[in-house]
Each structure stands twice: as structure tokens, then as C-alpha cells.
Ligand binder design. Structure first.
Ligand SMILES: [Zn+2]
Length: 798
């Protein structure tokens, strides 16, 4: 969500895993399934039901409390009393209130709660009081910049906030039947519709898409076709470089990629820019094309979907590797340690794929939805429902943890609304078909082939692939029961009333069971769930020679607290046995994966050129579901595991030294300075980086300390520089100092200290014997410094 970013440090995504299924051709027929609404679905399983209860009693109240504390609700009070100062927070503060209201509304539908109902009504009354007479409602402009509405569509999120209001109002109306929120929303939508559109109305579209899909929801709830037409206007005009005009940017200097505004929408060829914006936009595009059937739009969505899922998606179903644009970089760029994978981006990818699943009736899209849901989305919230991830790396050195809240608080309510509305994603119907997309114990009430049907489901999914489904039509009825066979599953089997269906009909990834159903019928679906080793397309550099563990839809990771050997030393040979084990007491009950890994040998090469290879050492390992990490003692985490010993670190004495810095920020990784990773250039972002940002100018130091005296005669430094994206530059000067007793003294250098980009800057000096060395730095005024690597040269003197 953020548009501002810090310097240096953050960077970061999937693999074209065997996702397996190709996209339909542009002329594939639309099936247009109707989702069975969340209000008609019961969830009673051991996996989701407790999480949804935690969402209801912990996350939703925590969201509402934090919106009070952070000032989001206060902004509405200011707007209601027509204040013109005191606005708190970033421009998109309103949107987080709407998402929390949406989550709370879904929750009310499945769990009546008079106190929550009243609380929502009070907030809705506040919204109505803040709304301007003409229908406008954005507290930032009402309070802070009155008279300047619609002057910066690119950056100031008015249409984005409006979209979240419309989604929330639609949910509230569906959940409660009350129109109080819907009236506020339609009044605002009518006003926006009076402003934007073909001449004589004005041009424009949102810098952050969202309103497109929301207007379609509002149309479906109210039947007001103008809302659809406005969504269509926003979609079809995107890419006409309106933001260049709005900001007076010469076209030859305008790069609209970040906002998906570089090419006309139908001409876009790949996923690009800010990940959440891109996928909210594509969700709206699917809504529009499902009505207009514009073949160019359809072809665009299909090819961008391929580009996303075949080249730009993490194994955990998340997207957007890079912190610098909260989005996409180049195909196959899926780093693990620095994976950004914003929680909202996993939600947005789910929403896009859900729409495609309903439009095409094709399981490949529900596969992606499931992958995101059980992994990338679910990781966004802690086990107790009170802490949240914004950034979801696939590896951690132990310093990445969930937070209670964020200045930019888009992610927590996004997870809350997804969990609260989960039932609405599991089932869908066409005229004579009932589709099951997610396997969740409970029941769904719907009408198929003109007959009311109550479908009962019993299963321990995702831990078990055994699913019992009992379709109970009011009277015997002929229809197709279509059961998704997940893309990860091999050897699926199905039986009806105890008789195995031989060679069951399969269409678009579903088993199709066609018969006259009657009460008492029972379908047994068997989806085998062995532990799978997943490999990534070798073009994903960071995953080469590695496997990820997956069982059913769940992607696993190793966490330090389960594994005594440092994770960085472990590797998992391809023939190592792995077994799944249910552990009811662990992390609210999970299936863990256990096996025996091998431990890379640690060898001391001090003053040695050759030595015997060490014996293989094995260590038990235990992997837990990725979504569940960081709920116990803090420590390292890793999804991708090497299958062979890692290449030994090329390094000397520095690898044995303890690192200290004069200053470390939260995202500085001091250990990166002596990790032996050879830089390929100063501009290369290594993932883990040692730097002094945001300190700028003045003096800083880095220090190596050894347990025993060492004799050294040289040092080499490779500087980091992120000109163009951050604030690290070459230092003004540097010097090596050694510890003599309690004094730091400069070494006797043979010549000048070089300061250059893209190479090792080396200095030789008269040998010193010491227990500590310092790199004393002078930073350029207004610039910080980052260090890829610092090596020391051991002297041959005794
Ligand atoms: Zn977010």
C-alpha cells in the first residue's frame, strides 16, 4: 500500500512450479458460476472454524481498537464537525476503517453479535455525518485539503478509499439487510459517477485500483447499472497515461509501470509495478470483461495470468518480490530472504483468481486461490490473531517478526475480511452443476437444477485428503457434482455410496459426478497427500539446487526452534526419508514433516591448504507449515532447503570474527559483511546487507573481534551503492585500525585507501598482531554507506 520507501536494504519471489495447468484460450467460453454466498455456508472444521473464531474475538476487535488509537476514526469525527486541521496519518487512512467494517460485517452474518452490530451502526452513523452534502466522503480532503478533491488521483487514494467503502457497504447490506451503510455508499458512488466518465464528465482513474471491482459489487447489490459502466470506464481508460497529464510529466520522461499506466490496458503483456495495485486492477478487469466479452481484454488477462503464475509467483502463493516498488521486478526474480510478498498482495492474487475460477469454471484458478489462502494469506496473522505480517519473506535470519499494527495498516484488516468471508469462496453453482472448490467441513445451502440442496461435508482437510460429501436435495434431483482435484494431487479417487467410480469423468480439473442425487447419498473423495519435494524452475536463481516441502496445499518451512543445528548448515539429500506426523498439541494442531537432514561440515582452514574430508553428520529435522512460523521463540526460518552441502564460504579470518557496528538499524544485517558471498557489482542488492542507513555523514565504524590474536597484513572492502533507489554511496574515506591494548591505532598502510565502485578496494599494511580490527569510515555529507563484504588478509609472518 505504501508509496514511500526507505533506502538500502529491502529487496526480494515463485517458481514455475509444477502448477501444471495451462490457461484457457482467449475464446474459451465463460461458464459464469455463481458463488454460494458466505451467508449460506457453515464452517465447522478443526482448521478454519477456530481461526475464524479467533478472527472474530481477537483480530476484528484489535483492528477496531487500533483504528481508534491510530486516528483513523478520529479523522471521520473531524470531518463530521467540518474541522479543517488535525488530520492524522497517511492519505489512505479511511480505507482501513472500511476493510475492518467489511470484516466485521461478514462476521455478523455467520455469528450474530448485537454489541458488534451496534458498534458498526455507530461507526456508520459517523460516516454519514462526515459525508458532504453532495455525497463526497474522503476525510483527508475534507479536513486537510478542502477544495482540492480529485487533484492528485495518482497518489492520493480517494478512489481507492471509495472502493473499500463500497465493498464494505455491500458486505454490510448482505450480512445485515440494513441499508444505512449502503445509502452512504450509493450517495458517494452517485457523486463519483457525476464527476468521472466520458465527456462532458472528466477523465481519470485511480492511482491505486480497487474501485473497479468494488463498483461491480455495488452494481450487483443494487442493480444500478451505472456503477458497472463507471467501473468499465476506469478499466478501459487505464494505460492512457493520464497520470503524466495530471502531473505535467513529459511523455518521454513518464514511466507509468508502477501504476500499470505505461500501456493501454488491452496491450499490457506482463504483470508489472505495484503488486496489490496490479492484482486489484486485474480483478476489476475480469469483472468487466465477464460482461463486455471484449476479446482483447480477455487475451490480456490470460497472458498476464500466465506471466504471473508461471514466472512471478512464490511457492507460497504470494507475489511482489521487491520492497522498492512493493511489486514486480523481472521474470523469475524470486529471492527468499528479501521476499516482500506483502500480505495484501496474496489476498489480491486470491481475489483475482477467485474471479477467474468462477468465470471459467476451471480448477487451475482455484488451485492458485488455495495456494495463496493456506500459505501467503494465512501467514499474515499470528496464531492468537493479534499480530500481523506486512512483509512475508521465505527465509529469515531470525529478525523478522509480526507487528501489532502498522502506520500503513492495509494488511491486518485484509486478512480479517478474507477469513470472515471464507465460506463464500468454497462452493459455486451453474444451472445444473454444484462445484466444490475448497474442502472445508461444514455445509452449504443452495439451489441446483431448480432444487434446494443442502451439501454436507466432513473432512480433516488440509491435514487429510479424505472428504465425505453428502448432497441432500429436497427431492431427488439430477445434477452434476463437480469436485476440484487439486493441481498438487496425484492418484485422486472417488466413490459413490461405497462403490468406486472407475475412470471418473474429469473436466477442467474437476471430477464430474452426474446422477440423480437423493438424500442419503454419500461421496467419498480421496486426495492422497504424500510429502512432496517441490523444485523450482532453474531460472529462479535463489532456489537452484533446493527443494521446498509441501503436503496437500500446505507449504512447509524449517524454524530454528525445532532444529538444533543452524538452518544455514542443513541440507536435505533427495533420498532422505520424510514422514508426516500429526501433532495435536503443536501450534493449534498441525501435521509436521520429519526427516533426517545432513549437516554441512565446519572445517577450520586456518593455515591449512589440505585436510581430510569430515565424516557425514546427520541431524533430525522437523518442518512446520509456513503459515505457522514466528509464533514461538524467535529464530531463523527457511522454506527452500538445499539438497547438497552448500558451497563452502570462500573466506579467511574474517569469517571467524564477531561483527560489531557503530550503529545498526532494524533492517541492517551486520552478518552480511563477512558471509563470504562474492558481490557481482556495487549496485547488486545482496538481500542481506550491512549498512549504516539512515545515518548520513560523519563517522561510523565496523569492527571484527577474534577470540585469539591474529596477524594480518591487508584488508579488502567491496562497497554497496544504491544510486537511483536508495541513499547509500561510496564513503568519503576509510581507514583500517587495530586494537593495541585498549587503544585503536591506524595500521601502517602501503599507499592510499582506494574508494571505487564495482571492485575490491584493497589496502596492504605492515603486519599487526591483534584481537580486533576496525574499518573507520567517513561518510559523505547527506549520504550513508553500505558494505557488501570486508575481507582481511592473513600475514604469513609468525
Ligand atoms: Zn497490505
Amino acid at each position: 500500500m505504501k508509496t514511500l520507501l526507505c533506502s538500502a536494504t529491502l529487496v526480494l519471489v515463485v517458481s514455475s512450479l509444477s502448477l501444471g495447468r495451462a490457461a484457457p484460450a482467449a475464446d474459451a467460453p465463460f461458464v459464469k458460476l455463481r458463488a454460494v454466498p458466505f451467508t449460506a455456508v457453515q464452517i465447522t472444521d478443526a482448521f478454519w472454524a477456530p481461526r475464524r473464531e479467533t478472527n472474530r474475538i481477537a483480530s476484528i476487535p484489535v483492528n477496531l481498537e487500533n483504528l481508534e488509537k491510530a486516528g483513523n476514526l478520529e479523522n471521520f469525527r473531524l470531518a463530521a464537525r467540518r474541522a479543517t486541521n488535525g488530520f492524522i496519518g497517511p492519505v489512505f487512512m479511511d480505507s482501513d476503517v472500511y476493510k475492518a467494517l467489511e470484516a466485521a460485517s461478514y462476521s455478523l452474518a455467520t455469528h450474530p453479535d448485537p454489541a458488534l452490530d451496534q458498534r458498526l451502526d455507530a461507526i456508520i452513523a459517523l460516516l454519514a455525518a462526515a459525508q458532504q452534502p453532495d455525497g463526497y466522503l474522503d476525510t483527508y480532503y475534507i479536513v486537510k485539503e478542502p477544495g482540492r478533491r480529485w487533484t492528485n488521483l495518482r497518489d492520493n487514494h480517494e478512489l481507492y478509499c471509495a472502493g473499500h467503502m463500497f465493498e464494505a457497504a455491500a458486505a454490510h447490506f448482505q450480512a445485515t439487510g440494513k441499508r444505512n451503510f449502503l445509502n452512504v455508499a450509493t450517495k458517494y458512488a452517485d457523486y463519483i459517477d457525476s464527476v468521472f466518465g466520458p465527456p462532458p464528465k472528466r477523465m481519470g482513474y485511480p492511482g491505486h485500483p480497487e474501485i473497479e471491482l468494488a463498483l461491480v459489487k455495488l452494481w450487483r447489490v443494487t442493480g444500478e447499472r451505472r456503477y458497472f459502466d463507471l467501473a468499465r470506464f476506469f478499466v478501459e481508460n487505464r494505460g492512457t497515461k493520464f497520470f503524466a497529464e495530471e502531473h505535467h510529466t513529459p511523455l518521454d520522461r513518464y514511466d507509468g509501470t508502477y501504476w500499470q499506466d505505461d500501456l493501454p490496458i488491452c496491450d499490457q503483456r506482463n504483470i508489472k509495478g505495484h503488486a496489490v495495485r496490479a492484482t486489484y486492477l486485474l480483478s476489476g478487469v475480469v469483472d468487466v470483461m465477464s460482461e463486455t466479452r471484449d476479446p482483447r481484454l480477455i487475451a490480456m488477462v490470460n497472458r498476464v495470468w500466465r506471466n504471473t503464475t508461471e514466472k512471478n509467483m512464490y511457492v507460497t502463493g504470494g507475489i511482489g518480490p521487491s520492497a522498492s516498488n512493493e511489486g514486480f521486478t523481472t521474470d523469475y526474480d524470486l529471492p527468499n530472504l528479501t521476499a516482500y510478498q506483502e500480505t495484501c498482495a496474496s489476498v489480491a492474487l486470491s481475489l483475482w483468481n477467485l474471479r477467474l475460477a468462477l468465470l471459467y469454471g476451471d480448477a487451475r484458478y482455484a488451485d492458485i486461490f488455495e495456494r495463496s489462502l493456506y500459505n501467503g494469506v494465512l501467514a499474515g496473522v499470528s496464531q492468537d490473531g493479534t499480530r500481523f505480517f506486512y512483509v512475508n519473506p521465505l527465509a529469515s535470519t531470525g529478525r523478522h517478526h509480526r507487528s501489532e499494527w502498522f502506520g500503513c495498516a492495509c494488511c491486518p484488516p485484509n486478512v480479517a475480511r478474507t477469513l470472515a468471508s471464507l465460506g463464500g469462496y468454497a462452493y459455486a453453482v451453474a444451472d445444473d452443476s454444484l462445484y466444490v472448490n475448497l474442502y472445508i467441513q461444514g455445509a452449504a445451502k443452495t439451489t441446483v437444477a431448480g432444487q434446494p440442496v443442502n451439501l454436507k461435508v466432513a473432512t480433516d482437510y488440509p491435514w487429510s485428503g479424505q472428504v465425505t460429501l453428502r448432497p441432500e436435495p429436497a427431492a431427488p434431483a439430477k445434477f452434476d457434482l463437480r469436485l476440484r482435484v487439486p493441481g498438487w494431487c496425484e492418484g485422486a479417487a472417488v466413490s459413490v455410496n461405497g462403490t468406486t467410480v472407475t475412470a471418473p469423468r474429469r473436466e477442467h480439473g474437476y471430477f464430474v459426478l452426474s446422477r440423480e442425487w437423493r438424500s442419503g447419498d454419500a461421496v467419498e473423495l480421496d486426495l492422497p497427500m504424500p510429502v512432496r519435494r517441490v523444485t523450482a524452475n532453474p531460472q529462479v536463481k535463489d532456489d537452484r539446487g533446493c527443494v521446498a516441502l509441501q503436503r496437500g496445499p500446505i507449504v512447509y518451512c524449517l524454524e530454528a526452534c525445532d532444529n538444533p543445528a543452524p538452518l544455514s548448515t542443513l541440507y536435505l539429500p533427495l533420498d532422505a526419508d520424510l514422514m508426516a506426523e500429526k501433532q495435536p498439541a503443536l501450534l493449534d494442531g498441525v501435521v509436521v514433516v520429519k526427516g533426517r537432514a545432513e549437516v554441512a561440515p565446519e572445517q577450520d582452514w586456518q593455515r591449512k591448504l589440505y585436510q581430510s574430508a569430515p565424516p557425514v553428520r546427520r541431524a533430525p529435522v522437523q518442518a512446520i507449515p509456513y503459515y505457522a512460523w514466528d509464533n514461538r521463540q524467535p529464530g531463523a526460518m527457511q522454506v527452500w532447503l538445499p539438497t547438497a552441502p552448500p558451497t563452502p564460504i570462500v573466506g579467511g579470518l574474517e569469517t571467524q570474527a564477531k561483527v560489531q557496528l557503530s550503529f545498526t538499524s532494524g533492517n541492517c544485517q551486520p552478518q552480511a559483511i563477512n558471509d563470504g558471498r562474492e558481490p557481482t557489482g556495487s549496485r547488486q542488492h545482496p538481500g542481506a546487507l550491512c549498512h549504516f542507513w539512515p545515518h548520513k555523514g560523519g563517522a561510523e565504524w565496523a569492527q571484527y573481534t577474534w577470540k585469539r590474536p591474529v596477524t594480518v597484513c591487508g584488508a579488502k572492502v567491496y562497497w554497496f551503492d544504491d544510486t537511483g533507489s536508495g541513499e547509500c554511496r561510496l564513503p568519503d574515506s576509510w581507514q583500517v585500525q587495530y586494537l593495541d591494548g585498549s587503544d585503536w591505532k591506524p595500521v601502517a598502510a602501503e599507499g592510499a585507501y582506494p574508494v571505487e565502485l564495482d571492485r575490491w578496494c584493497e589496502v596492504k599494511f605492515a603486519p599487526v598482531t591483534t584481537t580486533a580490527l576496525r574499518l573507520a569510515l567517513h561518510l559523505k555529507p547527506d549520504w550513508s554507506v553500505g558494505i557488501h563484504e570486508w575481507k582481511v588478509v592473513e600475514s604469513d609472518d609468525d
